[in-house]
Ligand binder design. Structure first.
Ligand code: MN
Length: 154
């Protein structure tokens, strides 16, 4: 091996070692499964402008880190969101109780524990508890290119 070949071999070895070390030692969050334990999740009141009644929310991962707004909202009987829409749609999964979801111009639809609901992009709607029952749902809405998951209305 001449000097140039030795240098090339050394550089190739260093590059392979570097990639190996990066993959095994990098603490980049994006490369690792993350768990936020139930006890570490933040629970608190929702933004009062966007809800009627004293609803509370449980936050999961920061939306901008995972590209999806996620959380569980608990509505006391009769409480609901204001009219709103989602630029990339929203899925709801009812985790307890009985609630209503309503599309603009349509009658409210009852939803019960275990039901999954898909609200397509830009469909004006609200969701919340039934008049006589509390309701909790998990909500997931992808962010659009500007980092928004909801457009709030009246
Ligand atoms: Mn919604």
């Amino acid at each position: 091996m001449n000097k140039t070949m030795k240098l090339a071999a050394a550089l190739a070895l260093a590059a392979i070692a570097g990639i190996f070390l990066w993959n095994t030692m990098c603490a980049c969050a994006a490369q690792e499964i993350r768990i936020i334990r139930e006890s570490e999740q933040k629970v608190g009141p929702v933004a009062p402008d966007n809800f009627t009644g004293a609803a509370t929310s449980r936050g999961y991962f920061p939306a901008k880190e995972i590209g999806v707004s996620t959380g569980e909202v608990t509505f006391p009987a009769g409480a609901r969101t204001a009219w709103h829409s989602h630029p990339r749609g929203q899925m709801l999964i009812v985790t307890s109780g009985r609630g209503l979801v309503r599309q603009w111009g349509e009658a409210p639809i009852e939803m019960n524990e275990g039901d999954a609901v898909w609200i397509p992009a830009n469909v004006k709607h609200w969701h919340g508890a039934a008049p006589d029952s509390a309701m909790s749902h998990i909500a997931m809405a992808p962010l659009d290119g500007e980092g928004r998951s909801s457009t709030w209305m009246e």
